[in-house]
Write a protein that binds this ligand. Sequence first.
Ligand SMILES: Nc1ncnc2c1ncn2[C@@H]1O[C@H](COP(=O)(O)OP(=O)(O)O)[C@@H](O)[C@H]1O
Ligand SMILES: [Mg+2]
Length: 260
Amino acid sequence: MLGSEQPILSVDNVSHDYGRQRGCAGVSFDLYPGEVMGVVGESGSGKTTLLNVLAGHLTPSTGSVRYRGRSGGEVDIHRMGEPERRLLMRTDWAFVHQNPRDGLRMNVSAGANVGERLMAIGRRHYGNIRGQAVEWLERVEVEHGRIDDLPVTFSGGMQQRLQIARNLVTGPRLVFMDEPTGGLDVSVQARLLDLIRGLVTDLGLSAVIVTHDLAVVRLLAHRLMVMKDGYVVENGLTDQVLDDPQHPYSQLLVSSILQT
Ligand SMILES: Nc1ncnc2c1ncn2[C@@H]1O[C@H](COP(=O)(O)OP(=O)(O)O)[C@@H](O)[C@H]1O
Ligand SMILES: [Mg+2]
């Protein structure tokens, strides 16, 4: 997979502080096309902060995040103009929030949630937009008879699948996901995981997936970073880190999960 390809995302010494409170510190890694990076760690370890810096939602206190666009050129996502960054957010990147309410518009229909993303990139043909919305609802296993219903009438799992459809309909290259299966029933989580894995593989997406659930990274992530108190304490191939963790904190994390 890696070969001679160049990274789609280059993260160099990224930190973010909230005043005197450390969010994340000194994080560096490269993400290659088609690669899924998992980020694990206990609550408060800095996972969401890091993801928000990577996605351009937060400004880093130190360091840089460079994105290699479709044409092959690199841009520093925190130094580019706001209009250019917004364009990338609509076209090349997707962000799946932990809470579907943060990633959906709850007061417009499921179909409009998907369709308005297409309109935001300039699509105007109503029939085509609705057709693509139907297609994507089917793809994420939301009955297309629900297309005119509001997301508030959906279960948590359906809302999360709708959020994924809304994000992927525009054909992004890079997807950020924050605890995509958090807060869902175990049986619902398993199906959602299968769905995400299928989409990531079929669409050849590069992704950074944050979770505190090691089963999620085992299934989805090629590589894994373990965070503690804002720092990355271990970074390696997922199977290696989970089967033979080197850092005492990773060992604790793996063994505590296995015991529960
Ligand atoms: N908006 C904020 N203001 C102040 N501190 C914050 C804010 N968001 C997160 N933090 C703090 O930053 C640290 C990392 O939090 P977060 O990135 O949310 O961790 P995680 O996603 O791993 O649970 C924690 O100590 C948290 O309390
Ligand atoms: Mg978080």
